[in-house]
Write a protein that binds this ligand. Structure first.
Ligand code: COS
Length: 393
């Protein structure tokens, strides 16, 4: 493991340290055979299925569910989720993606689902038998999530879903989707349900290709029948459920960015030490030292914000809307800069396909957009500051 001094920070317990070190060794031993296999880059669906399976077999998906449903800890432990994402992202952006979606896609069930829903889905999320997805965004409702138009019409024994969702990660390979749609007006008129991928009223309208390829799709719903037992929480609570789930997982998006940034610093440091120029090495040039120092500072500052947010959620058990937004905003933004500096230190090689920093450069971009764009995080932070102190949680 490159630099694990941060694991001695007071945010962590002994098991966190062990978890990060074990996962690092497991990743080095297991991931290359999957992500570097012939055809792995061309067939991301298959690669993601293999990654989910391997993460299940390795026991890492246990951190996506509470202990009573096959999970590792009594409740979701954000520090564990963040450490896992950070570590996986340092090895492979796609492995982090595969892990993260199991967590986000089943997170609302873990946090707000009925016992029956938890029992039906979570044990198989943990083993990797069921692939999860989170369906919130629509073509005309991205940052303004409450503007969604997709509907859940009441039927005799549940709902009929009609409309469209887009930018759905794992769309096309997921076994089920946590779906948010409208049962009434405004933010208080949104309801959350689970829908299985083989529902005859659900189809994949379009597969979306992006700069860091992963399964992504637009979904179409036409009278998809959903039983009332598949509802998560009460009718009308869906928007809060979505935002509270994002409060947990946004911190871990920051952690993924941190992992990508740490890898960029490792790559840049090796490059600086080994690259000879002007009769010396890059590492001996003050400008390169300045770059490395800036990168290291950004990484530590990001880590402090991420693990502060995770620690508050896990230990103080407080709502972390502001802290999670800060962690996601800062870490994704800084990681972009850190990676850009690493690319620059590689010169022409930095933009050559197959070179790690080129991959990192593509991997980082979407993190400033998904699960709430940077601009939304600023809005969330400002709203928390503007609230009256008695309302601040
Ligand atoms: N946890 C629980 N409840 C929350 C919450 C949170 N973090 N944030 C807000 N709420 C509640 C509010 O208290 C409010 O409830 P009441 O009506 O009972 O007061 C309700 O949810 C609506 O909140 P608000 O008025 O702040 O909602 P807005 O429509 O103004 O939207 C933002 C707020 C912009 C923060 C929200 O739309 C958002 O996060 N957008 C980004 C969505 C996103 O991340 N998309 C990516 C999907 S995953 S790739």
């Amino acid at each position: 493991m490159a630099d694990c001094d941060f694991l001695d920070w007071p945010f962590f317990e002994a098991f966190h340290r062990e978890l990060a070190i074990e996962l690092d060794a497991w990743s080095a031993a297991t991931l290359p055979a999957i992500i570097d296999a012939p055809g792995a880059h061309e067939n991301v669906d298959d690669t993601c299925r293999k990654l989910v399976s391997a993460l299940g077999e390795g026991g890492w998906l246990k951190y996506c569910a509470p202990a009573s449903y096959g999970g590792a800890r009594e409740t979701l432990d954000v520090r564990s989720l963040a450490l896992i994402r950070e570590t996986l992202a340092r090895h492979s952006g796609l492995a982090d993606f595969a892990f993260a979606m199991q967590g986000l896609g089943s997170g609302a069930i873990s946090l707000f689902g009925s016992e029956d829903l938890k029992a039906a889905y979570l044990p198989r999320v943990v083993t990797g038998e069921k692939i999860a997805a989170f369906a919130l965004s629509e073509p005309d409702a991205g940052s303004d999530a409450a503007a969604m138009s997709m509907t859940l019409r009441p039927t005799t024994d549940g709902y009929a879903a009609d409309g469209e969702k887009t930018w759905i990660s794992n769309g096309g390979i997921a076994d089920f989707y946590t779906l948010f749609a409208r049962t009434g007006e405004g933010a208080r008129g949104v309801t959350a349900v689970v829908i299985d991928a083989d529902n005859p009223g659900l189809s994949i309208a379009e597969r979306i290709d992006v700069i860091a390829p992963h399964p992504l799709a637009r979904l179409n719903f036409e009278g998809a029948q959903i039983p009332a037992s598949a509802r998560i929480g009460a009718e009308g609570e869906g928007f809060k459920i979505a935002l509270a789930t994002l409060d947990v997982f946004r911190t871990t998006v920051g952690a993924a960015a941190l992992g990508l940034a740490r890898r960029a610093l490792d790559e840049a440091t090796d490059r600086a030490v080994n690259r000879e120029m002007f009769g010396s090495t890059l590492a001996n040039m003050p400008i390169a030292q300045e770059r490395l120092a800036e990168m290291a500072l950004d990484i530590d500052a990001s880590a402090l914000l991420i693990y502060r947010s995770a620690w508050i959620k896990d230990v103080q058990k407080r709502r972390v809307t502001k802290e999670a937004a800060m962690a996601k905003l800062y870490a994704t933004d800084r990681a972009q800069t850190v990676i850009d500096k690493a690319v620059q230190m590689f010169g022409g090689l930095g933009v050559k396909k197959g070179v790690k920093v080129e991959e990192l450069y593509r991997d980082i971009r979407a993190l400033r957009i998904y699960e709430g764009a940077s601009e939304v995080q600023k809005l969330v932070i400002a709203r928390q500051i503007l609230k009256k102190p008695k309302e601040m949680t």
